[in-house]
Design a protein around this ligand. Sequence first.
Ligand code: B12
Length: 217
Amino acid sequence: MTLQKIADAMVEGDVETGKEMAQKALDEGHSPNQVLDDGVLAGMEVVGERFKNYEMYIPEVLSSAKVMHEVMEILRPKLVSGEQASNKGTVVLGTVEGDMHDIGKNLVGLMLEGAGFKVIDIGIDQPAKNFIEAVKKENPEVVGMSALLTTTAPKIKEVLDALEAEGLRDKVKTMAGGAVIDQAFVDENGVDAYGPSATAAMEITQQLVDEVRKNAS
Ligand code: B12
């Protein structure tokens, strides 16, 4: 089945097959979301498991990430539809300091853009001061933080503390996600919302934007 072949190509780090099968899946009538969920993310799940069990190592995982990137280039125009409503809300999005993982963050950004939000992606390995700078410059309703390592999760709290210190904590809502983040972490650290997936991020962002706008009016 074509979607399975995309997942296999992800695991094998086979860019050409990945791209070919993604195009074929779309031609066969699979929706871009199906290709994403049952092809790309299904493949990434296997990669994650194998990495955890030392059956795959960093260079191989990077090859899988490359396949994902290339397939996403095919899906991007289809996921980011015409629904670009500039007034829907702005999100500053970044991976916290010391953390280089960006696949999940990029996916969240892509889906949010697709849903019509303006996304300011400040990138990976971003210290709290860079989040603050972006908030001052872009005046977003929402700040989204990604962390995938036990060692970098505490950096989320640093961003929150910096927002507080700068008197910005009441002006924005915050959300966080990534492999080591869960509802308990978010509750304990005072983040406004936990985003388990890019799909969830779309709904959460809408709720947070609504809350900020309600409080401001
Ligand atoms: C790919 C990967 C890498 C790649 C990253 C490539 C890249 N460009 O991102 C490479 C090979 C570079 C890498 C390096 C390392 N990694 Co790594 N990596 C992974 C892996 C296999 C997959 C992550 C991924 O991309 N998943 C796919 C995406 C789509 O899912 P996601 O990230 O979870 O994102 C989704 C949700 O979480 C959510 N989300 C994510 N962010 C946000 C943000 C917001 C605001 C919201 C709302 C939602 C949200 O939505 C996303 C989309 O649905 C994970 C395994 C895992 N289970 O996560 C390990 C993993 C995260 N890595 C791990 C480790 C240990 C490392 C290294 C330390 C390894 C080493 N010894 O050097 C280094 C650290 C480098 C650094 N300083 O950051 C561990 C972390 C363990 C821990 N508890 O700390 C994991 C869990 C693997 C494991 N089980 O051991 N890694």
